[in-house]
Design a protein around this ligand. Structure first.
Ligand code: IPE
Ligand code: IPE
Ligand code: MG
Length: 234
């Protein structure tokens, strides 16, 4: 395990959990089988991640663009989430993990909304790792939602600055991600944390999400610890 005293760890890690479909295809299985393995991996991953000294983890599980997939796949993903939530919540609560949701709740099936709210309420006072689940999340709709709230609250134009906008995003009060990992080999953000990732270190790996475990995480952390972050300075 990486020694947090020796290496510079991020405060906030964000992950695009990509590659479930290809993982299944490689094994001659339907895409939903890949999502099932991906969900199990996410559960194990959170449990493992909580043993590191990193306070924030954000997982991209379903984007606003993923609605364009066949209905059977979308419903299958919802079903998997619903089935996994109860057990995942118990494990998380037992580990003092605080669960948050990033995204729009309204279009989601009522059962998922109910379970998600229950998870957020149950774990609200936990003081360990914060896990943000980005589900029905889109960076652009997040910014649009923030603008709408700012306008409805009648905030004066001269009061609008970067801090104020940040404070109206789903991630209000949390630090920006220091490290963004994308599994599955694609090198793009796919509408993930587009405001917050302005100065995030990006790490892309061809490893497919269901195969991304401790060893792969440590590789990413080790690469991150050697990056020089200048934030525009010299
Ligand atoms: C990521 O895996 C999970 C979701 C987007 C819900 P994909 O389903 O995108 O897997 P690939 O990219 O097709 O392999
Ligand atoms: C991004 O993966 C969204 C999630 C992992 C939840 P996609 O597979 O949807 O992204 P694109 O379509 O390759 O950009
Ligand atoms: Mg994909």
């Amino acid at each position: 395990m990486v020694d947090s005293k020796k290496i510079n760890l991020p405060m906030h890690v964000a992950i695009v959990m990509d590659g479930n479909g290809r993982w299944a295809k490689k094994r001659g299985k339907p895409r939903l089988y890949g999502h099932k393995q991906g969900a199990l991996r996410a559960r194990d991953f959170v449990e493992m991640f909580a043993t590191y000294n990193i306070p924030y983890l954000t997982l991209y599980a379903f984007s606003t663009e993923n609605w364009s997939r066949p209905k059977s796949e979308v419903n299958g993903i919802f079903k998997l989430l619903s089935e996994n939530l109860d057990k995942a919540i118990q494990i998380a609560h037992g580990q003092n993990i605080r669960i948050r949701h990033l995204g729009r709740m309204d279009r989601l099936p009522p059962e998922i909304q109910k379970k998600a709210r229950a998870a957020i309420d149950l774990t609200d006072n936990n003081t360990g790792l914060t896990v943000n689940i980005a589900f029905n999340y889109g960076g652009r709709s997040e910014i649009a939602d923030a603008v709408r709230t700012i306008v409805t609250s009648k905030i004066k134009a001269d009061k609008i600055d970067e801090l104020l906008v940040s404070g109206h995003l789903y991630t209000a009060g949390m630090p920006d991600p220091d490290l963004l990992i994308r599994t599955g080999g694609e090198m793009r953000l796919s509408n993930f944390l587009i405001w917050q990732a302005a100065y995030t270190e990006l790490y892309f790996t061809p490893v497919l999400w269901p195969d991304f475990g401790r060893e792969e995480l440590e590789k990413a952390l080790s690469v991150f610890s050697k990056r020089q972050r200048r934030f525009g300075g010299i």
